[in-house]
Design a protein around this ligand. Structure first.
Ligand SMILES: [Fe+2]
Ligand SMILES: [Fe+2]
Length: 320
């Protein structure tokens, strides 16, 4: 599947130089539905975005001369354009959080220190492998969010428009870092071990930092013992819709398959709903609304058909 999937997606990578109004009104203190634990869970991830984007851009740039496939090279260039714009908009979002007294700047400084020290010590291939791992995480988080836009019902429309634009573009370019890594490292068995090693390092370094950062932000916000909010977050992460459970079970483990490719999970349909609405209206709010309406319709039809089939099964059982 890996080689087949590799041809998917390059034409999807379209940089859109969009600006969003990121300020203390659109990014409220507890911007994720007024919920402190969910907000700081997302803040702990999003705080890493500007610096993470610098990591993945640099990892692709240092390999550009080693890329023989012109399509991969062009996709890598467009990918860097997208990531530069994402970093700019998330810098603005993070500034608004800092204005609320949420110390995201302290968290960001930790990421910057780690990034510069790893960039100084790791080979270009390993930097690229870690970039592919980061990009896999951003793609799978984006995939779950794109399927569940109603999670953001009480988030400011400008902020969720920004986040969903980013989720769409992360999906558009989800294969690029991976292909740059494979092309530059030469693939094969040694490429596979480097890929798994990069993912291992990304998890070993990234997960404790994220957990620590969330605890730090909650502590500074005086919300560490807000158990109601902690329970609500656990429900969202592990039960409904089970963000974390879906990420781990459906998307994380396949990365370790030797012939894995990010486009094995071909979810272009969902981003094309957003893109069609955006291309028609040039309005990211309308594109979000169209996506949300589409996911609700799809959920209803899935529920309807599963209700129909369980009804049919019941009838069959009665008849027998
Ligand atoms: Fe990005
Ligand atoms: Fe990305």
């Amino acid at each position: 599947m890996g080689e087949l999937a590799r041809s998917i997606g390059y034409e999807e990578v379209i940089p859109r130089d969009l600006h969003f109004r990121m300020n203390t009104e659109t990014v409220t203190r507890h911007w994720f539905n007024g919920d402190p634990w969910m907000t700081h869970w997302m803040n702990a991830i999003l705080a890493a975005v500007p610096d993470g984007e610098r990591w993945v851009m640099n990892s692709a740039r240092i390999q550009l001369d080693n890329l023989k496939d012109p399509e991969v090279r062009q996709a890598a260039i467009n990918f860097c354009k997208q990531e530069r714009i994402h970093a700019r908009e998330h810098d603005e979002m993070n500034k608004a959080c800092v204005e609320h007294g949420v110390p995201i700047d302290v968290v960001e400084r930790v990421f910057t220190r780690i990034r510069t020290s790893l960039q100084g010590s790791l080979s270009p291939d390993m930097q690229c492998s870690i970039a592919a791992a980061f990009e896999h995480f951003t793609a799978i988080i984006s995939s779950v969010m794109l399927e569940n836009p109603d999670l953001f019902d009480e988030t400011d429309p400008e902020l969720r428009a920004m986040l969903f634009w980013h989720f769409v573009e992360e999906t558009e370019h989800k294969g690029v870092s991976f292909d740059v890594f494979v092309e530059a490292s030469g693939g094969g068995l040694s490429g596979y071990f480097k890929r798994v090693g990069g993912m291992g390092l990304a998890v070993a370094v990234g997960v404790p930092i994220m957990v620590g950062n969330q605890a730090y932000l909650l502590y500074k916000d005086g919300q560490l013992t807000n158990w109601r909010s902690a329970i609500r977050m656990s429900d969202k992460l592990f039960v409904r819709p089970g963000i974390f459970t879906r990420i781990f079970a459906s998307h994380f483990l396949p990365y370790f398959s030797p012939d894995f490719h990010p486009w094995d999970d071909d979810n272009r349909e969902v981003i094309r709903v957003w893109k069609r609405a955006y291309d028609k209206s040039k309005d990211t709010h309308k594109a979000f609304d169209a996506l949300k309406a589409w996911t609700l319709r799809r959920r209803q039809s899935v529920n309807g058909s599963s209700a129909e089939s369980s009804g049919a099964k019941r009838k069959l059982a009665i008849a027998h």
